[in-house]
Structures are given as structure tokens and as C-alpha cells.
Design a protein around this ligand. Structure first.
Ligand code: LER
Ligand code: MN
Length: 285
């Protein structure tokens, strides 16, 4: 396995990119996952810095579910927005991420099916509400055609498009590995696959291990974080059997950490979490 970490994890950390990268290399990381910031010039600057370090780019993680200003640019990234012009902005953003991924020699871009339903209350979300038939209708009429179009653009850019299920508070359209695999079978293209995130699976899956095993050939990438979205080992998720399941399905791509880091201990946390997973992986090698 190769190890990566999302740059989005450092968004609350006031540190020069060079300093972070230097430490990550020293800690044993193989790659980083670039954040899909809207400005090409920012991505080019990140690329120039990256070129001075012995670090690969595992891919781009998108700023899905954003509705606001980022770096002076208005960003709307809800692909399944109830507002057609917002949904169109989300589609343009997805295309931007695919082009930027090629620019930074990344392998894949995640895509998340977020929306902006104002009518669904927190009470409903915490009490099993789903969109029912509307969900099926939107899947057929919007999601499959849109992902098929984006997959064609991914192929043109020689990168993969990976659907990432999110927990129920983040998406009403794809919450489990099974739903993502069903969609992947419909898109049915080599440049399309799924990304499983342990933080979201901890909330939505009956068994994280079965979700991994049942995803088989569609599983192309992983995001690792503990139940409290800190680095593995800082919460109660049992990563031993998760790594074992990944080994069993022959997953030898990246494990990409996507933690929320805190100022108090971010330097130790990225090291301790990585060493924990490397130790576990070693026992199953
Ligand atoms: C969001 O929670 C997440 O897991 C990210 O990977 C989405 O880009
Ligand atoms: Mn994730």
C-alpha cells in the first residue's frame, strides 16, 4: 500500500506548504491529495512546490457541498442542487477538478452527490428520512447521465472519477458502498470507480469489512480517518480488520488519510496515525 494525506486536512493549520511537505516526507508519506481549489493559478503554485519534493499526487479531493466564496471566487459545488444554475456550476467545478488532476499528475478525483434541500430538517435526517421515489427519479434522470458525461471527461484527462458515499448528514443520494457500486455498474466504465471513507462508513455501514469485500473491483481508493474524524488511533474504529479486508480484496493503491488536524498536536498525529496503519499492514503482509 502507498500512503497519502489530504491537503484539506491542513486548512486550519497556519504553516507554509513547504514545511508541511518536508515533515510529511520525513514521516514516511508517499503522496499528498491536492484540494480542488477553484483557481488554476493556485493549483499551478502547489504543483511547482510539489515538484521540489519527492512526493506523488494521489489525486484531487473536491470541495463538495460548498456554497460560498473561496479565495474571492464564488463556489457552488452541489451537483444535485435543487437550483439548475447551481447544479450547472457544480458540473463545471467537477470538470475543473478533472483537468487540474491531470495538471498535477494525479490519478483520481472524488465526486460526492451533495445537494441543498432546505426542506429536510435535522430531525428528519436523524430519524431515517429518505427522499424515496424522488431519489430514484433523480438517480435515473440526472445522476447517471451526469456521471457518465464526467467519466468521459475523466478518460480524456487520463484520470479516474471516483464516487465517494457520504453519511446521511452530507448526502441524500449516496450513503453506502452498495449504493455506490450500483451506480458504478450503471456507469459501467473503466475510468469510473468508488472511494470508501472510513469516517462515513463508520456511520452508515453495518459492517465496514463487508462493504469493502462487496465493493471488489470497483474500489479504487480509500480515505482513512477515525470516528471523530481524527487520525486513526485517536478514536474507536478498529482499523486492524479494515486493513485486513483491503488486503483480502487486493487493494494495493493508496490509503489516503483525511483527518481534521488540530493545532495542538497535528505534527505528532500525522506520524502516529501513519505508523499505526503501517504496523497493521505489516502484520498482514
Ligand atoms: C467529506 O466529508 C469527505 O469525506 C471528502 O472526501 C469530500 O470531498
Ligand atoms: Mn472523504
Amino acid at each position: 500500500m502507498k500512503y497519502s494525506i489530504t491537503l484539506s486536512s491542513f486548512s486550519q493549520i497556519d504553516e507554509a506548504l513547504e514545511e508541511s511537505l518536508r515533515r510529511l516526507v520525513a514521516q514516511g508519506y508517499d503522496a499528498i491529495e491536492v484540494l480542488g481549489v477553484p483557481r488554476k493559478s493556485c493549483i499551478e503554485k502547489i504543483k511547482a512546490t510539489l515538484d521540489t519534493f519527492d512526493l506523488a499526487v494521489s489525486g484531487i479531493s473536491g470541495m463538495w457541498g460548498t456554497m460560498g466564496k473561496i479565495g474571492g471566487s464564488r463556489l457552488r459545488t452541489n451537483l444535485i442542487s435543487t437550483n439548475p444554475s447551481f447544479a450547472k456550476s457544480g458540473l463545471e467545478y467537477a470538470k475543473h477538478c478533472l483537468e487540474m488532476c491531470r495538471l498535477v499528475d494525479g490519478k483520481q478525483v472524488n465526486v460526492c452527490l451533495t445537494s441543498d434541500y432546505q426542506s429536510i430538517s435535522m430531525y428528519q435526517l436523524t430519524h431515517g428520512f429518505t427522499l424515496g421515489s424522488e431519489k430514484r427519479h433523480i438517480l435515473e434522470s440526472r445522476i447517471i447521465p451526469m456521471l457518465t458525461e464526467l467519466t468521459r471527461i475523466a478518460k480524456d484527462n487520463d484520470v479516474k472519477l471516483l464516487l465517494e458515499p457520504l453519511n446521511r448528514y452530507c448526502s441524500q443520494f449516496c450513503n453506502t458502498a452498495k449504493e455506490a457500486v450500483d451506480i458504478a455498474r450503471r456507469v459501467n466504465h473503466d475510468s469510473f470507480g468508488i472511494l470508501l471513507d472510513t469516517y462515513h462508513m463508520n456511520i452508515e455501514e453495518s459492517s465496514i469489512e463487508s462493504a469493502i469485500q462487496n465493493s471488489g473491483e470497483w474500489l479504487r481508493h480509500t480515505h482513512f480517518a477515525d470516528n471523530n474524524r481524527k487520525m486513526p488511533g485517536y478514536g474507536h474504529i478498529e482499523f486492524d480488520s479494515i486493513v485486513k479486508s483491503l488486503k483480502k480484496v487486493g487493494h494495493d493503491e493508496y490509503i489516503c488519510f483525511e483527518p481534521n488536524l488540530s493545532l495542538a498536536d497535528f505534527k505528532d498525529a500525522t506520524k502516529r496515525g501513519l505508523d499505526l496503519i503501517k504496523r497493521i499492514e505489516y502484520t498482514y503482509s
